[in-house]
Design a protein around this ligand. Structure first.
Ligand SMILES: [Zn+2]
Length: 561
């Protein structure tokens, strides 16, 4: 197996007729998927998503792929193929188009409708190219063919990319539900045909590679959803991803069958379901959907709500209901149906929401106590099928944490693939396909780009470290007025302390530290206030750690008297 060695260097020049593959996100993490293909001086991008922050990244809205590697080559980008409409595949597009607005976006009808709505909010008019499964498009030197795949959002596509270096098949996210609600199954016949022609590099979804067996059908959720709607004594409140059209279809059908009206709650839910209904992906019985204020006038056993927040996101409707910050007041007898997965890293947030809702008297039905969720990704059994059908020359697992990529690689090898033709890569690792052989040849810089309310990329790892320190260790501002002639304190220093509430005078003894530091500075002839601040910060920090075993953020301010 070809591993990304930790000390990889910059890659050599791409050989003529070679194909270079660099993931700028999505490899080594679940989210912000983005893969760049380079061939004959041109670039093709597949997906451009976002990653949602975890608890140790306070104040961050989303995390983007790092565009640094392609930033001076944006004019060489021939197109962005969007495999499907999930945030971790399209959420980064507005930020990419801010850098070059006229890159063609190629995708299916639903995918393009969702990205168009999103771009409207960013006031960007995109160039959209709608494609269907079975169609081909050429963006020289890349010839594209699109293949239907089944996933937890309708209208997902895999893409075959033909170049002089060989053919790549990228599955996007997929699974192999044999009985999907829309009857649109993963087109294994096309996979087989492409395999016959010869797939030189197969990029496959690794998310569920560790899960044995087969992902069960979306339809198998119906009994549990039905039961909720049949037995709930008062309101039913369903949370789901705002893009899970088929899950919400099943919820709407159950509500309708049991005589309930439904209101959508949450901006993205209202927007996406509107798009899905307009385009015919969601079938809504007449009169079923009502505005929220109308729903509130109905008896509780006639009402259902569908809202966002299934991952415990603090600003989404469900969390705000749990913490009583939403106008919908949860009460005794309400039933909450959390019809969704738990994305790794969100376990605590989700558990808090369940506890909050339960405390108000609600009955919470979730994947831990009922069969109300199936995954959107192929399990090990399905992946093995694909390897056997496609019989690729080289394999590069994509989409997942490193352990998922590794598990997927092992599956490929278990079907008889030569381990030498299985390439494990992470974000920024450069894989070249030359003369039919794929191998790791280097690494380009690829970090996390944080977006917060004000900036894109303005928040750095150092900022986050400061924010964590502030939250966990407190902050101490030290105001020292220093006599410029003697270098000594002109007045006793002021300490403004936050996070040490149990001992407001905790820092008073640090006056001695300041005096010593100033004396040392004077002896060394240091009078510059910026340098003094650095020395004070270091010494007070060291004293604080020794005295309290805590390391608050120290902000020294030196003023010349
Ligand atoms: Zn997806």
């Amino acid at each position: 197996m070809s591993h990304p060695h930790p000390e990889l260097k910059r890659p050599p020049r791409l050989p003529r007729k070679g194909l270079r593959v660099v993931a700028l996100g999505g490899l080594g993490e679940v989210g912000r998927n983005m893969t760049v293909f380079e061939h004959d001086g041109k670039l093709l991008i597949v997906d451009c998503g976002v990653l949602f922050p975890e608890e140790h990244q306070p104040g961050v809205d989303v995390i983007l792929p790092d565009f640094e590697w392609i930033r001076d080559r944006l004019d060489d980008v021939v197109a962005v193929v969007l495999t499907h409409g999930h945030e971790d595949h399209i959420g980064g597009v507005p930020y990419l188009l801010r850098e070059r607005a006229d890159i063609p976006l190629v995708g299916s009808r639903l995918t393009l409708a969702l990205i168009k709505e999103k771009l409207k909010e960013h006031r960007i008019q995109p160039v959209l190219v709608e494609v269907k499964e079975g169609e081909t498009r050429s963006y020289a030197p890349f010839d594209l063919e699109f293949v239907a795949v089944n996933h937890s959002i309708p209208d997902a596509l895999a893409v075959a990319i033909r170049t002089f270096a060989g053919m790549v098949l990228h599955t996007g996210d997929f699974k192999m539900d044999q009985f999907p609600l829309d009857r649109r199954i993963t087109d294994l016949r096309a996979f087989a045909r492409l395999g016959e022609e010869g797939v030189d590099l197969f990029l496959t979804d690794s998310t569920n590679a560790e899960v044995p067996g087969f992902t069960t059908s979306e339809r198998e959720l119906l009994p549990a959803i039905e039961q909720v709607f049949r037995t709930a004594p008062r309101r039913v409140i369903v949370s789901s991803f705002a893009s899970h059209v088929h899950r919400i279809q099943q919820v709407l059908d159950a509500a309708h069958a049991h005589g309930r009206k439904v209101a959508f709650v949450g901006r993205s839910m209202v927007r996406n379901m509107g798009v899905a209904q307009d385009l015919g992906y969601l079938t809504v019985p007449p009169g079923l959907i009502v505005p929220l204020d109308q729903l509130e006038k109905l008896p509780p056993h006639k009402a259902a709500l569908v809202c966002t927040g299934s991952q415990g996101e603090p600003l989404a409707a469900l969390s705000r209901m749990a913490s009583r910050e939403h106008k919908i007041r949860i009460g005794e007898g309400d039933t909450i149906l959390m019809a969704s997965s738990v994305i790794p890293g969100n376990e605590n947030a989700i558990s808090n929401v369940i506890n909050g809702l339960t405390r108000w008297g609600a009955n919470v039905v979730h994947k831990g106590n009922a069969k109300v969720h199936v995954s959107g990704h192929a399990s090990a059994g399905e992946l093995v099928y694909c390897y056997n059908v496609v019989q690729p020359r080289n394999v590069m697992p994509v989409h997942g944490e490193y352990r998922h990529l590794r598990a997927n690689a092992d599956l490929a090898i278990s079907t008889g693939m030569d381990p030498a033709n299985v390439v494990l890569a992470e974000d920024g690792v450069v894989v070249d396909l030359v003369d039919g052989k794929a191998s790791v040849v280097g690494k380009v810089r690829c970090g996390n780009v944080y977006v917060d309310a004000q900036t894109v990329g303005g928040v750095t790892e150092a900022t986050l470290k400061d924010r964590r320190t502030l939250a966990e260790e407190g902050v101490v501002t030290v105001l020292a007025i220093v006599d410029a002639d003697t270098g000594e304190l002109a007045d006793p220093p002021d300490f403004l302390v936050r996070g040490f509430e149990h001992a407001p005078d905790a820092f008073d003894p640090a006056v001695k530290v300041i005096e010593r530091t100033l004396a040392r500075a004077a002896a060394e002839g240091i009078g510059d206030s910026q340098q003094l601040e650095q020395m004070l910060g270091r010494d007070i920090g060291r004293w604080s750690h020794k005295t309290f075993r805590r390391s608050p953020l120290i902000i020294p301010l030196v003023i010349d008297a």
